[in-house]
Design a protein around this ligand. Structure first.
Ligand code: GAL
Length: 349
């Protein structure tokens, strides 16, 4: 269990008041005066994948229910746009910043600027590296990779030949997914049970890039592989497109992540094998609550932490669930993430 950096700052603040010092980041927020409600700046990389629209909507609704106002911007995978968005939130004197970085390293600059203005920062879903980040709230990303890889290995009966598609090299999550996958695969690769036929990274998580990776694998190695370990549903969709062109769709196992509607439909159709369901609502509402507490300068207790290259960042993790045709209904549909009508085209089986 850890107090967040900002929590520690708060404790330091109390001490500093006692000894007559001021703190860069611990000064009482203007929000705490009666003139306006707490203001949260939510800077998002992208709204390309449908999940991010859910993240935004649940986050804003929960924050508003708590009495806060939220400003949201999405940067369309452009670091300079994201930095400008954050600078404008700082000029608007937000009480706390919540950031989904496009490039986890590039956004360390945003954390420095925010801190210089006395504003604490929470990284949402994706880590911001090499800086004095206050809090990281996310799904258990290493676990996502482990579950994807274990699922594929089990489907193949413990051995086989695979293609691997990693996510955006600028996204720390893509590295964590790979790390989790490696935990499962490396011992099997060493024993000669698993062969990685081809592997590559899909810039910006682009489905088109994933399709090219599978095209290249097939051109160089033919059809002799059993499954594709795709790191999310977007890259899985590109991979499935490449398989379709070769008449292989439905004949190779394909993993994914996000339980996007199109992916759930592909699971029903049999062209995608599984996805990872991340209950976005829990993360988004949890993050809104944490942002509210941090913005109103309350102490936050985080049970986990993650090294970001500068420090152990206090972290709050949310669990994930593997979903395939067998449990789609009891998970995604039952939760109201998608309706049965959307997933099955009818009320379903
Ligand atoms: C990751 C995120 C995934 C997926 C991907 C593409 O950081 O954890 O859920 O959406 O980005 O946006």
């Amino acid at each position: 269990m850890k107090y967040t950096g900002f929590g520690l700052c708060l404790i330091s603040l109390i001490l500093s008041v006692l000894i007559g010092l001021t703190l860069a980041r611990g000064k009482p927020s203007h929000s705490q005066s009666a003139d306006r409600s707490l203001l949260i700046g939510f800077s998002m990389d992208t709204l390309k994948e449908a999940r991010w629209q859910k993240d935004r909507d649940y986050f804003v609704a929960r924050a508003q229910a708590l009495g806060a106002q939220v400003k949201v911007n999405a940067a369309n995978s452009d670091d300079s746009v994201q930095l400008r968005d954050i600078q404008s939130f700082i000029s608007d004197r937000v009480d706390v910043l919540v950031i989904v970085p496009h490039d986890g390293k590039a956004m360390s600059k945003a954390v420095q600027l925010a801190h210089a203005a006395g504003i604490p920062v929470i990284a949402y879903d994706r880590l911001i590296t090499d800086c004095d980040l206050d809090l990281y709230t996310t799904f258990d990303n290493v676990r996502v990779g482990e579950v994807q890889a274990q699922y594929l290995v089990d489907k193949m009966g413990g051995s086989g030949r695979i293609l691997r598609i990693y996510g955006a090299p600028t996204d720390n999550n893509a590295k964590l997914y790979k790390l989790g996958q490696d935990h499962v695969l490396n011992p099997l690769i060493e024993k000669g049970l698993i062969t990685v036929v081809h592997e590559d990274w899909a810039e910006n998580w682009e489905p088109q890039k994933a399709k090219q990776i599978v095209n290249a694998a097939i051109t160089n190695h033919g059809h002799a592989f059993d499954g594709i370990l795709a790191s999310n549903d977007g890259t899985a969709s590109g991979a499935i497109q490449a398989l379709k062109e070769e008449g292989l769709a439905g004949k190779k196992w394909v993993t994914g992540q996000d339980a996007e509607l199109a992916a759930c439909q592909s699971i029903v159709e049999g062209t995608q094998t599984m996805t990872i369901y991340k209950p976005i609502r829990a993360l988004a509402e949890g993050a809104a609550e944490l942002a509210f507490q941090m913005g109103s300068r309350q102490v936050i207790i985080a049970r986990d932490s993650l090294q970001n290259g500068f420090k152990e960042v206090p972290a709050v993790y949310f669990p994930v669930i593997a979903v395939d045709a067998q449990n789609l209904r009891e998970t995604v549909v039952q939760d109201g993430f998608h309706t049965a009508q959307q997933v099955y085209g009818t009320e379903g089986p």
